[in-house]
Design a protein around this ligand. Structure first.
Ligand SMILES: [Zn+2]
Length: 251
């Protein structure tokens, strides 16, 4: 079964719900503004409504994603991401200045993500799978680099001998992330989404107003988000859900 079938075909057995016990903080790591708004933000709205703190780490400002010059697009997309975060109850938004479109997997990226993990101390990290082939086709090079680096950084953050300068220079002690929740991989668990969370997720994608106006082929946010949530809900026998591949790093 390939990745697309795994994500889209109804499972023989409904997927179990994600166990939220022990989830106090969740860090979402993505490459660009808007990357978290195609389903993930519905799970985020669900979590924040239940008192789980969620932070976003964007590795680039998405400055190469619009028709206008990067020096205009970057600040504009930063503002739109702030509004998208407000729609789903996310206060902590960190946007790094790695270059959009040419993001490279490597030690600087792993170090930057490990730094945020040690600073925010999440119980779970949500990120891409790093795979070339995902449900929607071949994934963007930046998304692959971001996913792979985030997966590795979760381990790096827990090892005091990796990036020792984080401890010595910035007083950031090792932190063990308990779980990775991967998007775009073969799903193992679902987060249920109610209508209120769905509405907030639609609002979070709609917040990228100028960005979406530059993409005339882009489906309307409501149509896109409700479609994704319904499709992933079918995996769990629910009206709507967000599916993740859960990997336990500890215990
Ligand atoms: Zn992206």
């Amino acid at each position: 079964m390939d990745t697309e079938d795994a994500l889209q075909a109804p499972a023989a057995e409904p997927l179990p719900l994600l166990d939220e016990l022990g989830l106090g903080r969740v860090l979402v790591v993505v490459a660009h503004p808007d990357d978290a708004e195609y389903g993930t933000s519905a799970a985020v709205a669900h979590w924040t409504s239940r008192g789980i703190e969620v932070g976003y780490l964007l590795l680039t400002a998405g400055e190469a994603g619009m028709q206008r010059p990067p020096e205009e697009a970057g600040p504009l997309r930063t503002r739109e991401q702030r509004a998208a975060c407000d729609a789903v109850g996310v206060e902590r938004l960190t946007i790094l200045d790695f270059p959009d479109g040419v993001l490279e997997y490597g030690l600087p990226l792993r170090r930057a993500i490990a730094r945020e993990i040690r600073a925010f101390r999440p119980d779970a990290v949500v990120c891409g799978s790093g795979q070339l082939e995902v449900a929607w086709g071949f994934d963007h090079a930046d998304h692959r680099a971001a996913g792979l680096a985030a997966i590795d950084a979760a381990r790096d953050a827990d090892n005091r001998w990796v990036f020792p300068e984080l401890l010595h220079d910035e007083d950031l002690a090792p932190w063990g992330v308990q779980r990775l929740l991967l998007t775009g991989a073969r799903a193992t668990h679902c987060v249920p989404v109610d209508e209120a969370a769905e509405r907030r997720a639609v609002a979070s994608l709609s917040a990228h107003e100028a960005y979406l106006a530059d993409l005339p082929w882009h489906p309307a946010p409501e149509e896109l988000v409700t479609g994704v949530l319904a499709e992933q809900g079918r995996l769990a026998g629910l009206p709507r859900a967000v599916a993740f591949a859960e990997h336990r790093l500890r215990g």
